[in-house]
Every structure is written in C-alpha cells, then in structure tokens.
Write a protein that binds this ligand. Structure first.
Ligand code: SAH
Ligand code: MG
Length: 209
C-alpha cells in the first residue's frame, strides 16, 4: 500500500462490514478486485451528493462496491446490480443482506450488455451508474448508460487507467483498446459533462446533461 493510502486508512480505520466482505471473497476463491476502501467512501459520498434514487451497478463481484453505493441511498433508494455469474450475485446478495442493505438491492444475472438492452426496452431509467465489469464492453456500457439515464444522472467508471496500460498506444489488446475508446468517448461526447481523475486505477466521472 502506498504511504498516502496507508495514511488515509489510518485516519478512517477498518470498516468491519467491508472487511468481512473481503474475507468472503477470499473464502469463495473469487478475485480480489473489489474497489479499495477509499474509492468505496468516495462512491458513497457521490451517491449521496447526487441525490440518486435508482442506481445501476455493472459488475457486482462480492458486493463490496454495492454496499458502498447502497449506503449513499436514502430510505427509498434502490440498487440494481448486474452480474454475469449467478454464484457471485448470490454471494453479493448475502453480503448486502448482512450489511443491513438487502432490501435495497436486486441482482440481474447474465451478460450486462444484454441485460442493459432489455432494461432500455422496458423503459427503465436510473440516476447513477457504476461501471466496473469486463473492460472490453466499457464502450457498450457507456452507450447503454446514456440511454438509461435520467437527466442529470451520474456515470462513474472504475479502472480507466487499466493498471497503466490505457496510456500505452502500442498495446494491441482488445481490453486496452476498448478502455481507450471509452476514455476518449466519455471525454468528448456532447451529451456529457465529464472529468477523469488520476486516483486509484483511474476514475472517470460524467454527468448526463
Ligand atoms: N464492482 C465490484 C467488482 C467487480 S469485478 C466491487 O468493486 O466490489 C467485475 C465483475 O464483473 C465480476 O464479478 C465479473 O464476474 C463481472 N462480469 C464480467 N463480465 C461480465 C459481463 N459480461 N456482464 C456482467 N458482469 C460481468
Ligand atoms: Mg474495478
């Protein structure tokens, strides 16, 4: 852990609920790629600041970011989380329930691009999006998020540096190309107001006008 991160974590201290989520991720042999505690706190703050009532999360894993997002919601708020693996959605759901947030979340299992297409067909709308699933689909997730967005909705995306690979034009990898395309589009799309923060593994933020 970087010295700056260690300093921040020493101020906030451990969050027992989120530490337990991390333990269940290890126990279940899931990848340890949840958002970091600092990003989790930032997501809670962003959701609360935005006043979002309906959130769409893309990529649930064990529910770490889901808990952070749901914590920012008011009593009436709702989190819909998209996850490819049924097993992960089940574990995430259990973790949100144990965190006292089970009533606010529902999981839609399957490929998120297909699920988002069906949400568009049903006329569903959201106030906040957190994009954090497979990187090659990031441009598609952005397109659907804009279609599903209420005016003023926030789109946040994780890992937009892709561990430092995003800034390397010479890497001929589909994931890298997709994230580069995503970063270019979120920065230049006239329907969005956006910023990319050099924090964590790259955080992109946009507001749908
Ligand atoms: N947001 C989580 C971490 C997500 S990791 C957190 O910070 O707590 C990425 C997740 O996306 C994994 O759980 C993976 O199974 C899921 N995923 C990968 N491809 C997907 C797809 N095509 N559709 C939906 N989910 C997908
Ligand atoms: Mg991530």
């Amino acid at each position: 852990m970087k010295e700056r991160t260690r300093y921040i974590e020493s101020i906030y201290g451990e969050d027992p609920i989120l530490e337990k989520v991390k333990a269940t991720i290890i126990e279940n042999e899931m990848p340890s790629i949840s958002v970091s505690p600092g990003l989790g706190r930032f997501l809670t703050l962003l959701v609360r600041l935005s006043g979002a009532k309906r959130i769409l999360e893309i990529g649930a894993l064990g529910g770490y970011s889901g808990i952070c997002l749901a914590r920012g919601l008011g009593e009436e708020g709702e989190l819909v989380s998209l996850e490819l693996k049924e097993e992960y959605a089940r574990i995430a759901g259990k973790n949100l329930t144990e965190a006292g947030l089970g009533g606010r979340v529902s999981y839609l299992v399957g490929d998120a691009l297909r699920t988002m297409a069906s949400l568009v067909e049903k006329g569903e709308t959201f106030d906040f999006f957190f994009i954090d699933a497979d990187k090659q689909s990031y441009p598609g997730y952005l397109d659907y998020a804009i279609q599903l967005a209420n005016p003023g909705a926030i789109i946040a995306a994780d890992n937009t540096f892709l561990g430092g690979k995003a800034m390397d034009e010479s890497i001929p990898d589909d994931r890298v190309k997709a994230v580069r395309t995503f970063n270019q589009r979120i920065a230049t799309d006239d329907r969005l107001l956006s910023a990319m923060l050099p924090a964590f593994d790259g955080i992109s933020l946009a507001m749908v006008k």
